[in-house]
Design a binder for this molecule. Structure first.
Ligand SMILES: Cc1cc2nc3c(=O)[nH]c(=O)nc-3n(C[C@H](O)[C@H](O)[C@H](O)COP(=O)(O)O)c2cc1C
Length: 417
Protein backbone atom coordinates (compact mmCIF):
# COMPACT_ATOMS: atom_id res chain seq x y z
CA UNK A 1 0.00 0.00 0.00
CA UNK A 2 1.36 3.40 -0.85
CA UNK A 3 1.04 6.25 1.61
CA UNK A 4 -0.58 9.27 0.09
CA UNK A 5 1.58 12.31 0.28
CA UNK A 6 0.26 15.81 -0.02
CA UNK A 7 1.93 18.99 -1.07
CA UNK A 8 -1.02 20.98 0.12
CA UNK A 9 0.27 24.07 1.81
CA UNK A 10 -2.40 26.13 3.50
CA UNK A 11 -1.85 29.85 3.68
CA UNK A 12 -2.95 32.12 6.51
CA UNK A 13 -6.35 33.76 5.92
CA UNK A 14 -7.06 37.48 5.58
CA UNK A 15 -3.72 38.55 4.10
CA UNK A 16 -3.09 39.25 0.43
CA UNK A 17 0.24 37.38 0.41
CA UNK A 18 1.19 33.80 1.13
CA UNK A 19 2.45 32.90 4.56
CA UNK A 20 1.83 29.41 5.91
CA UNK A 21 -0.89 29.04 8.48
CA UNK A 22 0.68 28.79 11.93
CA UNK A 23 -1.10 26.14 13.88
CA UNK A 24 -0.33 25.99 16.75
CA UNK A 25 0.78 29.61 17.10
CA UNK A 26 4.38 30.50 17.91
CA UNK A 27 4.95 30.47 21.67
CA UNK A 28 2.85 27.34 22.24
CA UNK A 29 4.65 24.87 24.53
CA UNK A 30 5.16 21.58 22.69
CA UNK A 31 7.23 19.33 24.87
CA UNK A 32 9.43 19.28 27.90
CA UNK A 33 13.11 19.08 27.41
CA UNK A 34 14.67 18.87 30.83
CA UNK A 35 12.17 20.33 33.13
CA UNK A 36 11.05 18.21 36.07
CA UNK A 37 8.87 19.05 38.99
CA UNK A 38 8.51 17.14 42.20
CA UNK A 39 5.02 16.68 43.53
CA UNK A 40 4.28 17.03 47.23
CA UNK A 41 4.19 13.22 47.51
CA UNK A 42 7.75 13.10 46.27
CA UNK A 43 6.90 11.64 42.90
CA UNK A 44 8.64 13.13 39.96
CA UNK A 45 6.19 14.55 37.49
CA UNK A 46 6.60 16.63 34.43
CA UNK A 47 4.59 19.75 33.85
CA UNK A 48 5.11 22.78 31.73
CA UNK A 49 6.54 25.66 33.75
CA UNK A 50 3.70 28.10 34.46
CA UNK A 51 5.29 30.82 32.29
CA UNK A 52 4.59 28.51 29.36
CA UNK A 53 1.01 27.62 30.06
CA UNK A 54 -1.96 29.18 28.26
CA UNK A 55 -4.04 32.02 29.65
CA UNK A 56 -7.70 32.33 28.67
CA UNK A 57 -9.32 35.74 28.88
CA UNK A 58 -12.87 35.84 27.53
CA UNK A 59 -12.60 34.23 24.08
CA UNK A 60 -8.88 34.86 23.74
CA UNK A 61 -6.32 32.17 24.52
CA UNK A 62 -2.73 33.27 24.88
CA UNK A 63 -0.27 30.40 24.38
CA UNK A 64 2.00 31.60 27.17
CA UNK A 65 2.34 34.38 29.76
CA UNK A 66 4.85 36.63 28.01
CA UNK A 67 3.55 39.97 26.69
CA UNK A 68 5.35 42.73 24.83
CA UNK A 69 4.71 45.74 27.05
CA UNK A 70 3.43 48.87 25.33
CA UNK A 71 6.39 50.98 24.27
CA UNK A 72 6.27 54.39 22.65
CA UNK A 73 8.68 54.58 19.76
CA UNK A 74 8.08 58.23 18.83
CA UNK A 75 8.12 57.35 15.14
CA UNK A 76 4.58 58.10 13.95
CA UNK A 77 3.58 60.96 11.69
CA UNK A 78 0.24 62.57 12.36
CA UNK A 79 -0.49 59.58 14.59
CA UNK A 80 -0.03 57.13 11.71
CA UNK A 81 2.14 54.07 12.01
CA UNK A 82 4.48 53.06 9.20
CA UNK A 83 6.54 50.18 7.83
CA UNK A 84 8.91 50.78 10.71
CA UNK A 85 6.22 49.85 13.21
CA UNK A 86 5.24 46.83 11.11
CA UNK A 87 8.77 45.46 11.34
CA UNK A 88 9.27 46.53 14.95
CA UNK A 89 6.06 44.91 16.21
CA UNK A 90 6.02 42.18 13.57
CA UNK A 91 9.40 40.85 14.76
CA UNK A 92 7.84 39.78 18.05
CA UNK A 93 5.19 37.74 16.24
CA UNK A 94 8.00 35.48 15.01
CA UNK A 95 9.69 35.15 18.38
CA UNK A 96 7.43 33.18 20.68
CA UNK A 97 5.74 35.83 22.83
CA UNK A 98 2.15 35.20 23.86
CA UNK A 99 0.86 38.72 23.25
CA UNK A 100 2.01 41.94 21.63
CA UNK A 101 0.91 45.43 22.61
CA UNK A 102 1.04 48.45 20.35
CA UNK A 103 2.45 51.50 22.10
CA UNK A 104 0.42 54.17 23.89
CA UNK A 105 -1.97 55.41 21.21
CA UNK A 106 -3.55 58.78 21.77
CA UNK A 107 -7.32 59.13 21.63
CA UNK A 108 -7.00 62.83 20.76
CA UNK A 109 -4.18 64.76 19.08
CA UNK A 110 -3.91 66.90 22.20
CA UNK A 111 -3.46 63.75 24.30
CA UNK A 112 -0.18 62.69 22.67
CA UNK A 113 3.00 62.66 24.73
CA UNK A 114 4.88 63.96 21.69
CA UNK A 115 4.10 64.93 18.09
CA UNK A 116 5.43 61.52 17.01
CA UNK A 117 3.02 59.38 19.05
CA UNK A 118 0.69 56.78 17.64
CA UNK A 119 -2.93 57.93 17.41
CA UNK A 120 -6.47 56.74 16.82
CA UNK A 121 -8.34 60.02 16.78
CA UNK A 122 -9.33 59.76 13.11
CA UNK A 123 -10.42 57.04 10.71
CA UNK A 124 -7.32 57.39 8.50
CA UNK A 125 -5.27 55.98 11.36
CA UNK A 126 -7.08 52.63 11.24
CA UNK A 127 -5.51 51.24 8.05
CA UNK A 128 -1.83 51.37 9.08
CA UNK A 129 -2.74 49.73 12.39
CA UNK A 130 -4.86 47.11 10.64
CA UNK A 131 -1.92 46.22 8.43
CA UNK A 132 0.13 45.41 11.54
CA UNK A 133 -2.76 43.54 13.17
CA UNK A 134 -3.31 41.50 10.01
CA UNK A 135 0.35 40.55 9.83
CA UNK A 136 0.50 39.55 13.50
CA UNK A 137 -2.72 37.56 13.13
CA UNK A 138 -1.37 35.85 10.02
CA UNK A 139 1.31 34.47 12.35
CA UNK A 140 -1.34 33.21 14.77
CA UNK A 141 -0.40 35.74 17.45
CA UNK A 142 -2.67 38.03 19.50
CA UNK A 143 -2.24 41.77 19.56
CA UNK A 144 -3.63 44.55 21.75
CA UNK A 145 -3.52 48.32 21.70
CA UNK A 146 -3.01 50.71 24.58
CA UNK A 147 -5.32 53.74 24.41
CA UNK A 148 -3.99 56.83 26.11
CA UNK A 149 -4.31 60.49 26.94
CA UNK A 150 -1.16 62.14 28.27
CA UNK A 151 -2.94 64.94 30.17
CA UNK A 152 -0.47 67.43 31.64
CA UNK A 153 2.50 65.42 30.33
CA UNK A 154 1.53 66.09 26.69
CA UNK A 155 3.48 68.03 24.05
CA UNK A 156 6.97 66.92 24.99
CA UNK A 157 9.82 65.96 22.66
CA UNK A 158 10.85 62.41 21.77
CA UNK A 159 13.41 61.29 24.40
CA UNK A 160 16.00 60.36 21.79
CA UNK A 161 15.89 63.92 20.43
CA UNK A 162 15.75 65.92 23.61
CA UNK A 163 15.98 65.00 27.28
CA UNK A 164 12.80 63.37 28.52
CA UNK A 165 9.90 65.65 29.35
CA UNK A 166 11.14 68.84 27.66
CA UNK A 167 8.22 70.84 26.35
CA UNK A 168 7.94 70.74 22.56
CA UNK A 169 7.29 74.18 21.04
CA UNK A 170 4.80 74.85 18.26
CA UNK A 171 7.40 75.19 15.50
CA UNK A 172 8.33 71.53 16.10
CA UNK A 173 4.73 70.34 16.09
CA UNK A 174 4.00 70.80 19.81
CA UNK A 175 0.94 72.37 21.43
CA UNK A 176 2.40 73.83 24.63
CA UNK A 177 -0.53 76.24 25.14
CA UNK A 178 -3.15 73.57 24.69
CA UNK A 179 -2.13 71.03 27.32
CA UNK A 180 -4.83 69.96 29.79
CA UNK A 181 -5.11 68.24 33.14
CA UNK A 182 -7.44 67.86 36.10
CA UNK A 183 -5.87 70.92 37.75
CA UNK A 184 -3.61 73.72 36.52
CA UNK A 185 -0.47 72.20 38.07
CA UNK A 186 2.52 71.50 35.83
CA UNK A 187 4.40 68.20 36.28
CA UNK A 188 7.59 70.22 36.68
CA UNK A 189 9.04 73.47 35.34
CA UNK A 190 9.98 71.87 31.97
CA UNK A 191 6.44 70.71 31.28
CA UNK A 192 3.44 72.69 30.10
CA UNK A 193 1.20 74.70 32.39
CA UNK A 194 -1.96 72.65 31.92
CA UNK A 195 -5.41 74.16 31.62
CA UNK A 196 -7.98 72.73 34.00
CA UNK A 197 -10.44 70.55 32.11
CA UNK A 198 -14.09 71.53 32.25
CA UNK A 199 -16.64 68.80 32.93
CA UNK A 200 -17.73 69.06 29.31
CA UNK A 201 -14.15 68.53 28.13
CA UNK A 202 -13.75 65.54 30.46
CA UNK A 203 -16.80 63.95 28.81
CA UNK A 204 -15.37 64.72 25.38
CA UNK A 205 -12.18 62.83 26.24
CA UNK A 206 -14.22 59.90 27.54
CA UNK A 207 -16.08 59.88 24.23
CA UNK A 208 -12.77 60.03 22.37
CA UNK A 209 -11.82 56.79 24.14
CA UNK A 210 -15.08 55.24 22.97
CA UNK A 211 -14.52 56.28 19.36
CA UNK A 212 -10.91 55.11 19.47
CA UNK A 213 -12.01 51.73 20.89
CA UNK A 214 -14.49 51.37 18.01
CA UNK A 215 -11.67 52.14 15.59
CA UNK A 216 -9.44 49.60 17.38
CA UNK A 217 -12.14 47.02 16.75
CA UNK A 218 -12.22 47.94 13.06
CA UNK A 219 -8.45 47.47 12.97
CA UNK A 220 -9.03 43.96 14.37
CA UNK A 221 -7.31 44.22 17.75
CA UNK A 222 -7.86 41.42 20.26
CA UNK A 223 -7.44 43.49 23.40
CA UNK A 224 -7.73 47.14 24.42
CA UNK A 225 -5.70 48.39 27.35
CA UNK A 226 -6.64 51.67 29.00
CA UNK A 227 -3.51 53.59 29.96
CA UNK A 228 -4.35 54.78 33.46
CA UNK A 229 -0.74 54.84 34.70
CA UNK A 230 2.54 56.77 34.63
CA UNK A 231 1.19 60.21 35.49
CA UNK A 232 -0.92 60.52 32.37
CA UNK A 233 -4.46 61.87 32.44
CA UNK A 234 -6.30 59.16 34.40
CA UNK A 235 -3.52 58.83 36.96
CA UNK A 236 -3.51 62.65 37.28
CA UNK A 237 -7.17 62.44 38.26
CA UNK A 238 -6.56 59.53 40.67
CA UNK A 239 -3.78 61.19 42.64
CA UNK A 240 -4.35 63.99 45.16
CA UNK A 241 -0.92 65.31 44.12
CA UNK A 242 -2.16 66.33 40.67
CA UNK A 243 -5.90 66.59 41.32
CA UNK A 244 -6.99 69.58 43.42
CA UNK A 245 -10.47 69.88 41.95
CA UNK A 246 -13.44 70.72 44.10
CA UNK A 247 -16.14 69.40 41.76
CA UNK A 248 -17.37 65.81 41.28
CA UNK A 249 -14.00 64.85 39.73
CA UNK A 250 -11.83 65.83 42.71
CA UNK A 251 -11.55 65.49 46.46
CA UNK A 252 -12.78 62.11 47.71
CA UNK A 253 -11.50 58.78 46.35
CA UNK A 254 -14.86 58.25 44.62
CA UNK A 255 -14.57 61.59 42.86
CA UNK A 256 -10.93 61.18 41.83
CA UNK A 257 -11.56 57.79 40.22
CA UNK A 258 -14.76 58.96 38.51
CA UNK A 259 -13.11 59.90 35.20
CA UNK A 260 -11.29 56.54 34.97
CA UNK A 261 -14.38 54.55 35.85
CA UNK A 262 -16.59 56.45 33.43
CA UNK A 263 -14.04 55.87 30.69
CA UNK A 264 -13.75 52.16 31.47
CA UNK A 265 -17.53 51.76 31.60
CA UNK A 266 -18.08 53.52 28.28
CA UNK A 267 -15.31 51.61 26.54
CA UNK A 268 -16.54 48.29 27.91
CA UNK A 269 -19.99 49.06 26.50
CA UNK A 270 -18.64 49.33 22.94
CA UNK A 271 -15.70 46.91 23.09
CA UNK A 272 -16.89 43.44 22.00
CA UNK A 273 -18.03 41.25 24.88
CA UNK A 274 -15.84 38.36 23.78
CA UNK A 275 -12.68 40.50 23.83
CA UNK A 276 -10.72 41.35 26.99
CA UNK A 277 -10.24 44.85 28.35
CA UNK A 278 -7.12 45.65 30.37
CA UNK A 279 -6.22 48.70 32.44
CA UNK A 280 -2.66 49.69 33.26
CA UNK A 281 -2.41 51.54 36.53
CA UNK A 282 0.37 52.95 38.64
CA UNK A 283 -0.06 51.15 41.96
CA UNK A 284 1.60 53.96 43.87
CA UNK A 285 3.02 57.46 43.41
CA UNK A 286 6.05 56.42 45.50
CA UNK A 287 5.65 59.55 47.62
CA UNK A 288 5.65 59.38 51.39
CA UNK A 289 3.74 62.54 52.27
CA UNK A 290 1.27 61.16 54.77
CA UNK A 291 -1.59 58.73 54.28
CA UNK A 292 -4.16 59.86 51.76
CA UNK A 293 -2.02 62.66 50.29
CA UNK A 294 -0.83 60.67 47.33
CA UNK A 295 -1.95 57.65 45.30
CA UNK A 296 -1.18 54.44 47.17
CA UNK A 297 -1.56 50.70 46.82
CA UNK A 298 -4.65 50.58 49.06
CA UNK A 299 -6.46 52.91 46.68
CA UNK A 300 -5.20 50.88 43.73
CA UNK A 301 -6.81 47.77 45.21
CA UNK A 302 -10.12 49.61 45.62
CA UNK A 303 -9.89 51.00 42.09
CA UNK A 304 -9.10 47.53 40.71
CA UNK A 305 -12.20 46.10 42.40
CA UNK A 306 -14.33 48.80 40.79
CA UNK A 307 -12.73 48.27 37.40
CA UNK A 308 -13.36 44.56 37.71
CA UNK A 309 -17.05 45.23 38.40
CA UNK A 310 -17.17 47.23 35.17
CA UNK A 311 -15.82 44.32 33.15
CA UNK A 312 -12.09 45.00 33.12
CA UNK A 313 -10.38 41.63 32.81
CA UNK A 314 -6.81 42.32 33.85
CA UNK A 315 -4.97 45.01 35.76
CA UNK A 316 -1.53 45.65 34.32
CA UNK A 317 0.28 46.82 37.42
CA UNK A 318 2.99 49.41 36.99
CA UNK A 319 3.89 52.33 39.26
CA UNK A 320 5.07 55.92 39.50
CA UNK A 321 5.35 58.65 36.90
CA UNK A 322 3.06 61.27 38.41
CA UNK A 323 5.56 63.49 40.17
CA UNK A 324 9.25 64.35 40.19
CA UNK A 325 9.07 63.87 43.99
CA UNK A 326 8.77 60.10 43.61
CA UNK A 327 11.41 57.98 45.34
CA UNK A 328 11.84 54.67 43.55
CA UNK A 329 14.60 52.13 43.93
CA UNK A 330 14.01 49.86 40.97
CA UNK A 331 15.32 46.32 41.14
CA UNK A 332 14.39 43.02 39.53
CA UNK A 333 10.64 42.50 39.83
CA UNK A 334 10.21 45.56 42.08
CA UNK A 335 6.54 45.97 41.17
CA UNK A 336 5.53 42.35 41.68
CA UNK A 337 4.31 42.86 45.26
CA UNK A 338 1.76 45.41 44.01
CA UNK A 339 0.45 42.94 41.48
CA UNK A 340 0.28 40.28 44.19
CA UNK A 341 -1.69 42.57 46.49
CA UNK A 342 -4.14 43.59 43.78
CA UNK A 343 -4.61 40.04 42.56
CA UNK A 344 -5.24 38.74 46.05
CA UNK A 345 -7.47 41.52 47.37
CA UNK A 346 -9.35 42.59 44.25
CA UNK A 347 -9.56 39.02 42.96
CA UNK A 348 -8.72 39.97 39.40
CA UNK A 349 -6.14 38.81 36.85
CA UNK A 350 -3.00 40.91 36.94
CA UNK A 351 0.06 41.55 34.87
CA UNK A 352 3.36 42.63 36.31
CA UNK A 353 6.16 44.57 34.70
CA UNK A 354 9.50 46.07 35.58
CA UNK A 355 13.06 44.86 35.39
CA UNK A 356 12.18 41.26 34.71
CA UNK A 357 15.07 39.75 32.79
CA UNK A 358 15.58 36.37 34.37
CA UNK A 359 13.24 33.66 32.99
CA UNK A 360 13.28 31.88 36.36
CA UNK A 361 12.03 35.03 38.07
CA UNK A 362 9.29 35.40 35.46
CA UNK A 363 8.30 31.77 35.93
CA UNK A 364 8.32 32.02 39.73
CA UNK A 365 6.06 35.07 39.62
CA UNK A 366 3.45 33.12 37.67
CA UNK A 367 3.91 29.89 39.62
CA UNK A 368 3.52 31.67 42.96
CA UNK A 369 0.31 33.27 41.75
CA UNK A 370 1.62 36.84 42.00
CA UNK A 371 0.66 37.68 38.42
CA UNK A 372 -0.99 36.02 35.45
CA UNK A 373 0.95 37.78 32.74
CA UNK A 374 4.53 39.04 32.54
CA UNK A 375 5.02 42.23 30.56
CA UNK A 376 8.49 42.84 29.22
CA UNK A 377 9.68 46.08 27.68
CA UNK A 378 13.44 46.66 27.69
CA UNK A 379 14.20 42.95 27.95
CA UNK A 380 12.54 42.43 24.57
CA UNK A 381 14.09 45.51 22.98
CA UNK A 382 17.50 44.24 24.05
CA UNK A 383 16.75 40.69 22.95
CA UNK A 384 13.78 39.99 20.70
CA UNK A 385 14.42 36.27 21.27
CA UNK A 386 13.81 36.48 25.00
CA UNK A 387 10.82 34.10 24.94
CA UNK A 388 12.57 31.40 22.91
CA UNK A 389 15.62 31.58 25.16
CA UNK A 390 13.46 31.62 28.30
CA UNK A 391 11.73 28.47 27.09
CA UNK A 392 15.07 26.82 26.45
CA UNK A 393 16.30 27.77 29.90
CA UNK A 394 13.15 26.45 31.55
CA UNK A 395 13.33 23.20 29.60
CA UNK A 396 10.47 23.68 27.18
CA UNK A 397 10.37 23.37 23.45
CA UNK A 398 8.01 26.03 22.16
CA UNK A 399 6.64 26.41 18.72
CA UNK A 400 8.36 28.90 16.46
CA UNK A 401 7.03 29.86 13.00
CA UNK A 402 6.81 26.86 10.66
CA UNK A 403 9.48 28.29 8.41
CA UNK A 404 11.92 28.23 11.33
CA UNK A 405 10.57 25.40 13.39
CA UNK A 406 11.39 22.45 11.17
CA UNK A 407 14.93 23.80 10.94
CA UNK A 408 15.64 24.72 14.54
CA UNK A 409 13.66 22.11 16.47
CA UNK A 410 16.55 19.67 16.76
CA UNK A 411 18.87 22.54 17.44
CA UNK A 412 16.69 23.69 20.35
CA UNK A 413 16.13 20.24 21.87
CA UNK A 414 19.69 19.08 21.82
CA UNK A 415 19.25 18.13 25.49
CA UNK A 416 15.97 16.34 24.95
CA UNK A 417 15.18 13.48 27.26
C1 LIG B 1 11.09 52.71 25.09
C2 LIG B 1 9.99 52.60 26.10
C3 LIG B 1 8.73 53.11 25.80
C4 LIG B 1 7.67 52.96 26.72
N1 LIG B 1 6.41 53.36 26.37
C5 LIG B 1 5.36 53.00 27.15
C6 LIG B 1 4.03 53.14 26.70
O1 LIG B 1 3.76 53.50 25.54
N2 LIG B 1 3.04 52.81 27.55
C7 LIG B 1 3.29 52.31 28.80
O2 LIG B 1 2.36 52.04 29.55
N3 LIG B 1 4.54 52.13 29.23
C8 LIG B 1 5.57 52.43 28.43
N4 LIG B 1 6.86 52.15 28.83
C9 LIG B 1 7.05 51.43 30.08
C10 LIG B 1 7.15 49.94 29.81
O3 LIG B 1 5.97 49.42 29.22
C11 LIG B 1 7.47 49.16 31.10
O4 LIG B 1 6.39 49.33 31.98
C12 LIG B 1 8.76 49.64 31.76
O5 LIG B 1 9.77 49.87 30.79
C13 LIG B 1 9.27 48.63 32.77
O6 LIG B 1 9.48 47.38 32.15
P1 LIG B 1 10.95 46.86 31.72
O7 LIG B 1 11.81 46.90 32.95
O8 LIG B 1 10.70 45.47 31.21
O9 LIG B 1 11.47 47.78 30.66
C14 LIG B 1 7.92 52.33 27.95
C15 LIG B 1 9.20 51.86 28.25
C16 LIG B 1 10.21 51.97 27.33
C17 LIG B 1 11.56 51.38 27.66
Amino acid sequence: MTTEITFENVGAPNVSYYTPIQDPPPGTPLSLVKHKTTQSNGEITKEFPPLFTPLKLRSIILPNRIAVSPMCTYSAQDGMLSDWHLVHLGQFALRGVGLIFVEATAVTAQGRISPSDSGLWKDEQIAPLKRIVDFVHSQGVKIGIQLAHAGRKASTGAPFIISKGQLCPEEYGGWPDDVVGPSPIPWNENHASPKELTVEQIHEIEEAYVTAAKRAEKAGFDIVELHFAHGYLAHEFFSPISNKRTDQYGGSFENRVRYGLETAKKVREVWPKDKPLFARISATDWVDNGEGNSWEIKQSVRLSELLKDLGVDLIDVSSGGNTPEQKIHPMAGYQVSFSEEIKKNANINTGTVGLIRDPKLANNIVSSGHADLIFLARGLLADGNWAIKAAEELGVLIRTPKQYHYAIERFLIKDAE
